[in-house]
Design a protein around this ligand. Sequence first.
Ligand code: GLP
Length: 259
Amino acid sequence: MEIVIVPDGAAVAAHAAAAMANVIRGTERTVIGVATGSSPLGTYEALAEMVRAGELDMTDVSAFALDEYVGLDPEHPESYHSVIGKTVADQLGMDPARVHVPNGFANNFSDACDDYERAIEAAGGIDIQLLGIGANGHIGFNEPASSFASRTRLKTLAPQTRADNARFFNSIDEVPMYSVTQGLGTILDARRLLLVAQGEAKADAVAAMIEGPVASLCPASALQLHRFATVIIDEAAASKLKLRDYYDHVQHHRALAPA
Ligand code: GLP
């Protein structure tokens, strides 16, 4: 795992956007995986600046969102359909037909989830998956005890996740109880993983992900199994890492290492 520790959220966004832009510029018809939550918003803004400056073209890029609430009208401002539409498709000048979000309103969720897996496959797989991390270590909506082999499926949200996400709704009662999320196995199939985290509230989850055992108790520890996983975090999110100085040492010497 590549661990990059930078001073603050602005630097996280700048580094993550640069990494994504590199992949987008270097791949034909890139397929990106996109996350909701506050963590990646700065990255989307930094990418949008590149698009506005004419340094990046997203018109041929496809996107697949990690997850969606079940039972929220797609037009609800907090549905991930709306959030991804605004923060990714519109802001980055993407073709809306190429931006996919799991169906939170399906008649048959099992079929809808299989369709989503097939759509990712038909697009050629995800070149780079952007991720945030929940305070309980979830990625997407893969809550603790999710199987590392899981595929896109319906999940019951953990009480902590509903409480954390209540800030986007009038009350916790309005937060859906269920979600549809790409599985950990789906996420691990992406060719590269890029996780961003800021702030002290994420420090425990970040330490468990990087330095804890690979265990379903911390779903994000699945990143330890991926060949090309990069974690970009600020000082506050890095504050509980035991090998903090070592990660800086590695970053410092990386540029000088033989090819
Ligand atoms: C949500 C999303 C996750 C996201 C997490 C953290 O529940 N499903 O994909 O990573 O919350 O959100 P935030 O970045 O706002 O802390």
